[in-house]
Design a protein around this ligand. Structure first.
Ligand code: TYM
Length: 332
């Protein structure tokens, strides 16, 4: 079976709707015909300042949301990055075959370091994409389901895999990004030109997976819409309505055209009320399940330990092969 690997950073109390629709929902579906491994990249999270107690709590919360969203602990291992030493070990080796200029061209680094200010941006933020490449290559991954914003990091990962293989001999599977065109970018509800993101300017523009039902409905009903009155999918002319249609389609599994037909002749307000109902029906149960799971941190920690054990079994041989090929003297 093809190997699938991906993760969401534990850098907020809750995932947002972009994480869910752009990534995690697809991870859930891919479990049926792939060998999936999912992880929680806590080492990536500390590339910007984190409160230690909060990071620990958010790591567990992220695990709870994976399960609540439908990741099946019986068949899909999931684990915490820092529990598997191979990630940091491989990242170092890969950073030594990554060009400084190559890393400097990563647009997410440019954006994030601009936001942190050049004095505050860390070397960890700079090498973040190399650690991400290590995550993926450690597991001989075939497919990486992610949103559009990770495309460039996946390109770097492929380049590093090919470079290492060419220089030291076949070692890594060259992975493919699995980016679903229709849902790869969910936009901010208050600013449908911008991607929905943890650091959004307006709190009402982001839907959190753990939002209460009432709040969820309210945010959708107050989403910014567009000029005119007609409900149709048109990213250019109707970014707000198009975003709502994308979310509607994704949460119901119904094609956009069908939803457009249903709302023909109706007003934006009707679409928002309809979507608010759909969101409450589909996301409400996920929230409640996640809260339930969070009530049993010991069980969560047990599942994470099982996942880490499995991950170390797969990652260990990759690190060994890499160390041997680059010429490290084996310890005895
Ligand atoms: P992160 O934590 O920022 O986001 C997790 C996933 O959510 C997707 N995503 C979106 N998709 C659609 N619309 C949006 N508005 C939106 N916002 C976020 C992201 O594309 C991502 O798939 N670097 C990664 C974490 C990571 C990783 C990895 C992922 C570290 N190592 C190895 C895959 C494989 C990140 O910061 O994702």
């Amino acid at each position: 079976l093809p190997r699938v690997f991906s993760g969401v950073q534990p850098s907020a109390d809750s995932m947002h709707l972009g994480n869910y629709i752009g990534a995690v929902r697809n991870w859930v579906e891919m479990q049926s015909d792939n060998e999936c491994i999912y992880f929680i990249p806590d080492q990536h999270a500390i590339t910007v300042p984190q409160d230690p107690a909060q990071l620990r709590e958010r790591t567990r919360r992220t695990a709870a949301q994976y399960i609540a969203a439908g990741i099946d602990p019986e068949k899909t291992p999931f684990f915490v990055q820092s529990h598997v030493p191979g990630h940091a070990q491989l990242a170092w080796v890969l950073s030594c075959i990554t060009g400084f200029g190559e890393a400097s061209r990563m647009t997410q680094f440019k954006d994030k370091s601009a936001k942190e200010g050049s004095e505050n941006a860390t070397a960890g933020l700079f090498t973040y994409p190399v650690l991400m490449a290590a995550d993926i290559l450690l597991y001989q991954t075939d497919q990486v389901p992610v949103g559009e914003d990770q495309r460039q990091h996946l390109e770097l990962t492929r380049n590093l895999a090919q470079r290492f293989n060419a220089r030291f001999g076949e070692t890594f599977t060259v992975p493919e990004a699995k980016i679903l065109k229709d849902t790869a970018k969910i936009y901010d509800l208050q600013n449908p030109q911008a991607k929905m993101s943890k650091s959004s300017a307006s709190p009402n523009g982001i839907i959190w997976l753990l939002d209460e039902r009432k709040k969820l409905a309210k945010k959708i009903k107050s989403a910014v819409t567009d000029d005119g009155t007609e409900i149709r999918f048109d990213r250019e002319a109707k970014p707000g309505v198009s975003n709502l249609l994308t979310i509607y389609s994704s949460l119901t599994g119904r094609p956009v055209e069908e939803i457009v037909a249903e709302y023909e002749g109706k007003m934006y307000g009707h679409l928002k009320v309809g979507l608010a109902d759909v969101a409450v029906e589909t996301l409400g149960p996920i929230r409640e399940r996640a809260l339930e799971i969070m009530d049993d941190p010991a069980e969560l920690d047990r599942l994470l330990a099982v996942g880490a054990e499995k991950a170390r079994e797969i990652a260990g041989p990759t690190v060994e092969a890499v160390y041997e090929r680059v010429g490290f003297l084996p310890p005895r």
